[in-house]
Design a protein. Structure first.
Length: 524
């Protein structure tokens, strides 16, 4: 397969200076001849998880006009029916002249929004209208509040996805000179959310006077246009940990006069989103041991060890958020969200009840559990044959390997935190599961594949988007800022990169076995 040496290299060099019209979903944009549709559309939020290398096949668009002919990569990735229907891979299609492009935006995505927050004992941070925003690696989610309470909530995919599916890819792109583009992408996404929230509530976005924006440390660096250089190499010491104010104008938001508060981050690896999650769930308030697991791209784990707080980040990757898999997708209409083993075959349930287009995180966990149950998948991760979940949707051997890496990272992070504390899982009063698919996760299946420790259902609490909920808590009760700042100060980050126990647990955690390693530690 062609990779970096594109067949159209010469054409791009010859035509780069001349511009032409490209009509995108009815809007006329200007683009240089010789550039790809992908280069143009990534500025509009088109997802290219493989960073435009032609490997993932996710940047499908419908395109007509003066365009390059489908190359070998497109002919391999696209079916004859798709090619005859003018479906193209944006990253491989060169603009030669005027053309028309249509692509589905991800606005129908089932973003995991927060619960309705309530006013606390203190005064709210806003005067008339306030918004809470969670900037996730994969998704953005927001809520709008007035003095009467929640007015609206919405979400979309993080437009930075066009620059890579994970934090590392985006940090690399920022350091390569695309920092301003990354800032504009995510700030534009937040602006879109604010406009939609305001329209739903029958107000103007300009009337929003206060925002609380949370996210992991890297996301907040990219959002504010800071160089993430200090986050990219040892000793990984952040030179800014938020916990301060700016204004909407600095971020190019549709409410330029609004005050914007960034809750405090904990370290380079663990951000304000976890501070907010701890604040919302009350982690750290109990004298009993409790554990919070945010199952997302970064896989943060926090252990409350009887009022001592320790945290880590496991870099799990986006597999459990529906990214990076051959048929992976977010939890939106068309996604397989549940898989069951019935009468000797796999039976899938689809969001919206229509034809399946792909599989999201909760469906992935179910599918792996069912494949183990059926014997199609063994404990080492060997898949006897591709698992067909629906017409055109399947799990491949390469998908299983990515799932193993993500599952191994999460489980190893939990094991390592318990090991350091010398705590058997039986002593945990509860395990709090937060993150994108938490609310639709089948706990029995998550335990059966070794993603989470085996414990009574009553001790597992599904928290949904705890980061957004915590940001809303801060918005509605300004006095809780002190509590958030105290949590961030109290929490000690455990570096896993050089931890031998974590390394060993990671390797063992990639196995799909109930006998790989007990969920308890002997202490240090």
């Amino acid at each position: 397969m062609e990779n970096k040496e594109f067949a159209y290299k010469k054409n791009r060099a010859e035509g780069a200076a001349e511009e032409t019209d490209v009509t995108v979903n009815g809007r006329i944009l200007r683009a240089a001849k010789g550039t790809t549709l992908g280069e143009l559309l990534k500025k509009e939020g088109l997802a290219m998880p493989c960073a435009g290398m032609g490997r993932c096949g996710k940047c499908r668009v419908r395109a007509e006009g003066r365009l390059s002919e489908p190359d070998a990569v497109e002919q391999q990735k696209l079916s004859a029916k798709e090619l005859s229907g003018n479906i193209r891979l944006a990253c491989r299609t060169v603009i030669l002249g005027p053309c028309q492009v249509e692509w589905e935006t991800e606005r129908d995505m089932e973003i995991r929004l927060g619960d309705r927050a309530s006013f606390g004992g203190g005064e709210p941070l806003f005067d008339r209208l306030g918004a809470a925003v969670d900037v996730g690696t994969t998704t953005l989610a927001a809520q709008l509040y007035g003095k009467s309470g929640l007015l609206a909530q919405t979400g979309l995919e993080n437009p930075q996805k066009a620059y890579g599916a994970d934090v590392i890819s985006r940090v690399e792109r920022s350091l390569a000179g695309e920092g301003e583009a990354l800032k504009k992408a995510v700030c534009g996404g937040i602006g879109t959310l604010l406009d939609e929230l305001a329209a739903h509530a029958g107000v103007s976005a300009e009337q929003i006077d206060t925002l609380v924006i949370t996210g992991n440390t890297s996301m907040l660096y990219l959002l504010t246009g800071r160089s993430p250089e200090c986050l990219s190499h040892a000793p990984f010491q952040a030179d800014w940990l938020a916990g301060e104010w700016t204004d909407g104008k600095a971020l190019g938001l549709p409410c330029p006069d609004a005050r914007v508060y960034f809750p405090p981050c904990i370290s380079a690896f663990v951000g304000a989103d976890i501070t907010c999650a701890m604040l919302h769930t009350g982690l750290g308030e109990s004298a009993e041991p409790e554990l919070l697991a945010d199952i997302g791209t970064n896989g943060e784990i926090v252990l409350n060890q009887g009022r001592e707080l320790f945290c880590c980040s496991t870099a799990a990757g986006p597999a459990f958020e529906g990214a990076g898999l051959s048929c992976g997708m977010p939890g939106k209409e068309g996604a397989i969200f549940r898989v069951e083993w019935k009468d000797g075959h796999l039976e899938s349930s689809v969001i919206g009840g229509g034809p399946a287009k792909g599989i999201c995180g909760s469906g992935v966990v179910d599918a792996v559990s069912c494949l183990l149950q059926s014997g199609w998948l063994d404990e080492t991760g060997f898949l006897e044959e591709d698992a067909v979940l629906a017409e055109g949707v399947e799990l491949l051997q390469e998908d299983i390997r990515k799932i193993q890496l993500a599952k191994g990272a999460i489980s190893a992070g939990i094991r390592t935190m318990l090991h350091r504390a010398g705590l058997p899982v039986e002593r945990l009063a509860k395990v709090l599961v937060a993150g994108g698919f938490g609310s639709s996760l089948n706990m029995k299946n998550a335990i059966s594949i070794g993603l989470l420790p085996d414990m009574e259902k009553e001790r597992v609490v599904i928290c949904g988007n705890a980061a957004l909920n915590g940001a809303a808590d801060l918005l509605l009760d300004g006095s809780r800022r002190n509590a958030a700042e105290e949590l961030a100060r109290r929490t000690v980050t455990v570096a896993l990169a050089a931890d031998e126990y974590f390394k060993n647990s990671y390797m063992e955690g990639m196995l799909f076995s109930d006998e790989d390693n007990s969920w308890e530690g002997e202490g240090l």
